[in-house]
Design a protein around this ligand. Structure first.
Ligand SMILES: Nc1ncnc2c1ncn2[C@@H]1O[C@H](COP(=O)(O)OP(=O)(O)OP(=O)(O)O)[C@@H](O)[C@H]1O
Length: 227
Protein backbone atom coordinates (compact mmCIF):
# COMPACT_ATOMS: atom_id res chain seq x y z
CA UNK A 1 0.00 0.00 0.00
CA UNK A 2 2.85 2.38 0.90
CA UNK A 3 6.40 2.05 -0.30
CA UNK A 4 9.23 4.43 0.63
CA UNK A 5 12.52 3.98 -1.20
CA UNK A 6 15.42 5.97 0.26
CA UNK A 7 13.15 8.89 1.01
CA UNK A 8 14.71 12.09 2.28
CA UNK A 9 12.71 15.22 3.04
CA UNK A 10 14.54 18.44 3.62
CA UNK A 11 12.24 21.41 4.08
CA UNK A 12 13.54 24.01 1.63
CA UNK A 13 13.25 27.25 3.61
CA UNK A 14 14.70 26.10 6.92
CA UNK A 15 16.78 23.26 5.42
CA UNK A 16 15.54 20.98 8.21
CA UNK A 17 16.17 17.33 7.51
CA UNK A 18 12.78 15.93 8.52
CA UNK A 19 13.25 12.44 7.04
CA UNK A 20 16.63 10.95 6.28
CA UNK A 21 16.95 8.06 3.81
CA UNK A 22 13.85 6.17 4.94
CA UNK A 23 12.93 2.90 3.21
CA UNK A 24 9.89 0.91 4.28
CA UNK A 25 6.92 -0.99 3.02
CA UNK A 26 3.44 -1.09 4.54
CA UNK A 27 1.18 -3.76 3.12
CA UNK A 28 -2.54 -3.69 2.40
CA UNK A 29 -4.60 -4.28 5.54
CA UNK A 30 -1.81 -3.59 8.04
CA UNK A 31 -2.18 -1.60 11.26
CA UNK A 32 1.01 0.32 11.94
CA UNK A 33 2.09 2.77 14.65
CA UNK A 34 4.57 5.51 13.91
CA UNK A 35 6.35 6.66 17.07
CA UNK A 36 9.17 9.08 17.80
CA UNK A 37 9.95 12.12 19.89
CA UNK A 38 8.58 15.50 18.94
CA UNK A 39 10.23 16.58 15.68
CA UNK A 40 11.26 13.02 14.73
CA UNK A 41 9.42 13.24 11.40
CA UNK A 42 6.05 11.56 11.98
CA UNK A 43 3.88 14.32 10.49
CA UNK A 44 6.36 14.73 7.67
CA UNK A 45 5.85 11.06 6.86
CA UNK A 46 2.08 11.63 6.71
CA UNK A 47 2.56 14.75 4.57
CA UNK A 48 4.62 12.79 2.06
CA UNK A 49 1.95 10.07 1.77
CA UNK A 50 -0.68 12.77 1.19
CA UNK A 51 1.61 14.51 -1.28
CA UNK A 52 1.43 17.67 0.80
CA UNK A 53 5.22 17.57 0.78
CA UNK A 54 7.54 16.23 -1.91
CA UNK A 55 10.62 14.13 -1.20
CA UNK A 56 13.94 15.87 -1.81
CA UNK A 57 15.35 12.46 -2.73
CA UNK A 58 13.94 8.97 -3.14
CA UNK A 59 10.53 7.74 -4.15
CA UNK A 60 7.14 7.41 -2.46
CA UNK A 61 4.66 4.94 -3.93
CA UNK A 62 1.06 4.56 -2.87
CA UNK A 63 -0.95 1.57 -4.13
CA UNK A 64 1.90 0.69 -6.46
CA UNK A 65 2.12 4.04 -8.21
CA UNK A 66 4.83 6.66 -7.65
CA UNK A 67 3.30 9.83 -6.23
CA UNK A 68 5.38 11.84 -8.69
CA UNK A 69 3.06 10.43 -11.39
CA UNK A 70 0.04 12.12 -9.78
CA UNK A 71 -0.62 15.64 -10.94
CA UNK A 72 -3.38 18.23 -10.62
CA UNK A 73 -6.81 16.69 -10.40
CA UNK A 74 -5.45 13.18 -9.91
CA UNK A 75 -3.67 14.36 -6.74
CA UNK A 76 -6.97 15.63 -5.32
CA UNK A 77 -8.64 12.33 -6.20
CA UNK A 78 -5.80 10.42 -4.53
CA UNK A 79 -6.10 12.56 -1.37
CA UNK A 80 -9.84 12.01 -1.25
CA UNK A 81 -9.25 8.27 -1.33
CA UNK A 82 -7.25 8.52 1.89
CA UNK A 83 -9.06 9.06 5.15
CA UNK A 84 -7.33 11.40 7.57
CA UNK A 85 -7.85 11.94 11.29
CA UNK A 86 -5.78 14.61 12.93
CA UNK A 87 -5.70 15.83 16.51
CA UNK A 88 -7.25 19.16 15.66
CA UNK A 89 -9.67 17.71 13.14
CA UNK A 90 -12.42 20.15 13.90
CA UNK A 91 -15.99 19.29 13.16
CA UNK A 92 -18.17 21.99 11.67
CA UNK A 93 -19.79 23.45 14.82
CA UNK A 94 -23.17 24.30 13.27
CA UNK A 95 -23.70 20.80 11.84
CA UNK A 96 -24.83 17.76 13.82
CA UNK A 97 -22.87 14.51 13.78
CA UNK A 98 -24.82 13.12 10.83
CA UNK A 99 -24.32 16.24 8.71
CA UNK A 100 -20.63 16.47 9.59
CA UNK A 101 -20.12 12.94 8.28
CA UNK A 102 -22.39 13.52 5.27
CA UNK A 103 -20.29 16.58 4.40
CA UNK A 104 -17.47 14.23 3.35
CA UNK A 105 -19.84 12.53 0.91
CA UNK A 106 -21.15 15.85 -0.40
CA UNK A 107 -17.66 17.11 -1.32
CA UNK A 108 -16.83 13.88 -3.14
CA UNK A 109 -20.08 14.03 -5.13
CA UNK A 110 -21.80 10.96 -3.69
CA UNK A 111 -25.53 11.14 -4.57
CA UNK A 112 -27.66 12.37 -1.67
CA UNK A 113 -29.90 9.30 -1.73
CA UNK A 114 -26.89 7.23 -0.56
CA UNK A 115 -26.07 9.47 2.41
CA UNK A 116 -28.47 8.13 5.06
CA UNK A 117 -27.38 4.53 4.73
CA UNK A 118 -23.66 5.29 4.45
CA UNK A 119 -23.53 7.91 7.21
CA UNK A 120 -25.53 5.70 9.56
CA UNK A 121 -23.18 2.78 8.89
CA UNK A 122 -20.10 4.95 9.57
CA UNK A 123 -21.60 6.28 12.81
CA UNK A 124 -22.48 2.73 13.83
CA UNK A 125 -18.85 1.66 13.26
CA UNK A 126 -17.69 4.30 15.76
CA UNK A 127 -20.52 3.47 18.19
CA UNK A 128 -22.35 6.77 17.83
CA UNK A 129 -25.46 5.99 15.82
CA UNK A 130 -27.56 7.18 18.77
CA UNK A 131 -25.88 10.62 18.73
CA UNK A 132 -26.44 11.41 15.09
CA UNK A 133 -28.51 14.53 15.76
CA UNK A 134 -26.13 15.93 18.39
CA UNK A 135 -24.11 19.08 17.69
CA UNK A 136 -20.34 18.86 18.37
CA UNK A 137 -20.84 21.18 21.36
CA UNK A 138 -22.99 18.50 22.98
CA UNK A 139 -20.49 15.70 22.43
CA UNK A 140 -17.47 14.81 24.55
CA UNK A 141 -14.01 15.27 23.01
CA UNK A 142 -13.74 11.50 22.58
CA UNK A 143 -17.11 11.39 20.84
CA UNK A 144 -16.10 14.30 18.61
CA UNK A 145 -12.96 12.43 17.62
CA UNK A 146 -15.07 9.35 16.84
CA UNK A 147 -17.33 11.47 14.61
CA UNK A 148 -14.15 12.69 12.88
CA UNK A 149 -13.19 9.05 12.33
CA UNK A 150 -16.66 8.32 10.93
CA UNK A 151 -16.19 11.26 8.56
CA UNK A 152 -12.81 9.86 7.50
CA UNK A 153 -14.12 6.36 6.80
CA UNK A 154 -17.54 7.10 5.30
CA UNK A 155 -16.00 7.11 1.81
CA UNK A 156 -14.56 3.61 2.43
CA UNK A 157 -10.92 4.68 2.02
CA UNK A 158 -8.40 1.88 1.50
CA UNK A 159 -6.00 3.85 3.73
CA UNK A 160 -6.57 5.78 6.96
CA UNK A 161 -3.88 8.13 8.29
CA UNK A 162 -4.29 9.21 11.90
CA UNK A 163 -1.86 11.79 13.31
CA UNK A 164 -2.09 11.99 17.11
CA UNK A 165 -5.75 10.95 17.09
CA UNK A 166 -5.83 10.66 20.88
CA UNK A 167 -3.72 13.75 21.61
CA UNK A 168 -6.51 15.65 23.40
CA UNK A 169 -8.16 12.69 25.07
CA UNK A 170 -8.13 11.10 28.50
CA UNK A 171 -7.06 7.43 28.84
CA UNK A 172 -10.59 5.96 28.60
CA UNK A 173 -11.52 7.95 25.51
CA UNK A 174 -8.10 7.22 23.98
CA UNK A 175 -8.72 3.49 24.33
CA UNK A 176 -12.18 3.85 22.78
CA UNK A 177 -10.72 5.70 19.80
CA UNK A 178 -8.01 3.07 19.42
CA UNK A 179 -10.59 0.28 19.45
CA UNK A 180 -12.56 2.09 16.77
CA UNK A 181 -9.42 2.38 14.62
CA UNK A 182 -8.80 -1.33 15.10
CA UNK A 183 -12.37 -2.10 13.99
CA UNK A 184 -11.86 0.03 10.89
CA UNK A 185 -8.70 -1.98 10.21
CA UNK A 186 -10.55 -5.28 10.67
CA UNK A 187 -12.87 -4.20 7.86
CA UNK A 188 -9.88 -4.11 5.53
CA UNK A 189 -8.61 -0.52 5.72
CA UNK A 190 -4.86 -0.05 6.11
CA UNK A 191 -4.39 2.13 9.21
CA UNK A 192 -1.34 4.20 10.17
CA UNK A 193 -1.35 5.92 13.55
CA UNK A 194 1.31 8.46 14.56
CA UNK A 195 1.27 8.71 18.32
CA UNK A 196 3.06 9.62 21.54
CA UNK A 197 0.72 7.41 23.57
CA UNK A 198 3.06 4.81 25.00
CA UNK A 199 0.32 3.02 26.96
CA UNK A 200 -1.78 2.50 23.82
CA UNK A 201 1.17 1.20 21.81
CA UNK A 202 2.02 -1.19 24.66
CA UNK A 203 -1.57 -2.31 25.25
CA UNK A 204 -2.86 -2.73 21.70
CA UNK A 205 0.14 -4.30 20.00
CA UNK A 206 0.76 -3.72 16.31
CA UNK A 207 3.77 -3.30 14.08
CA UNK A 208 5.62 -0.21 15.28
CA UNK A 209 7.96 2.01 13.29
CA UNK A 210 10.25 4.22 15.36
CA UNK A 211 11.68 7.44 13.95
CA UNK A 212 14.57 9.30 15.52
CA UNK A 213 15.75 12.59 14.03
CA UNK A 214 14.27 11.63 10.68
CA UNK A 215 15.78 8.15 10.56
CA UNK A 216 13.82 4.93 10.76
CA UNK A 217 15.68 3.30 13.65
CA UNK A 218 13.34 0.42 14.43
CA UNK A 219 10.68 -1.64 12.69
CA UNK A 220 9.19 -4.01 15.24
CA UNK A 221 6.58 -6.41 13.84
CA UNK A 222 5.26 -7.24 17.34
CA UNK A 223 5.04 -3.68 18.55
CA UNK A 224 6.30 -2.05 21.70
CA UNK A 225 7.35 1.46 22.56
CA UNK A 226 11.12 1.68 22.48
CA UNK A 227 11.96 5.33 23.02
N1 LIG B 1 6.70 23.09 7.08
C1 LIG B 1 7.88 22.94 7.67
N2 LIG B 1 8.92 23.74 7.31
C2 LIG B 1 10.12 23.59 7.87
N3 LIG B 1 10.42 22.67 8.82
C3 LIG B 1 9.43 21.85 9.21
C4 LIG B 1 8.11 21.95 8.67
N4 LIG B 1 7.34 21.00 9.27
C5 LIG B 1 8.12 20.35 10.13
N5 LIG B 1 9.39 20.86 10.11
C6 LIG B 1 10.54 20.38 10.89
O1 LIG B 1 10.80 19.03 10.46
C7 LIG B 1 11.12 18.21 11.57
C8 LIG B 1 10.13 17.05 11.66
O2 LIG B 1 8.86 17.59 12.01
P1 LIG B 1 7.53 16.71 12.11
O3 LIG B 1 6.40 17.66 12.27
O4 LIG B 1 7.50 15.77 10.99
O5 LIG B 1 7.80 15.88 13.47
P2 LIG B 1 6.81 15.05 14.36
O6 LIG B 1 7.51 13.77 14.68
O7 LIG B 1 5.48 14.94 13.70
O8 LIG B 1 6.71 15.94 15.66
P3 LIG B 1 5.49 16.11 16.72
O9 LIG B 1 5.42 14.81 17.47
O10 LIG B 1 5.94 17.26 17.57
O11 LIG B 1 4.25 16.41 15.92
C9 LIG B 1 11.14 19.11 12.81
O12 LIG B 1 12.47 19.52 13.02
C10 LIG B 1 10.27 20.28 12.39
O13 LIG B 1 10.69 21.46 13.04
Amino acid sequence: MIDFKHVTLEYPVTRTLALDDVSLNIGKGEFVYLVGHSGAGKSSFMNLVLKRALPSRGEVRVAGEPLSAYRGRRTSILRRRMGTVFQDNLLLPHLNAFDNVAFALRVTGVPQREWPQRVTAALRTVGLEHKKYALPLHLSLGEQQRVAIARAIVGNPPLLLADEPTGNLDPDNSREVLKVLQNVNLRGTTVIVATHARDLVETFRHRTLTLRKGKLVRDDPYGGYAL
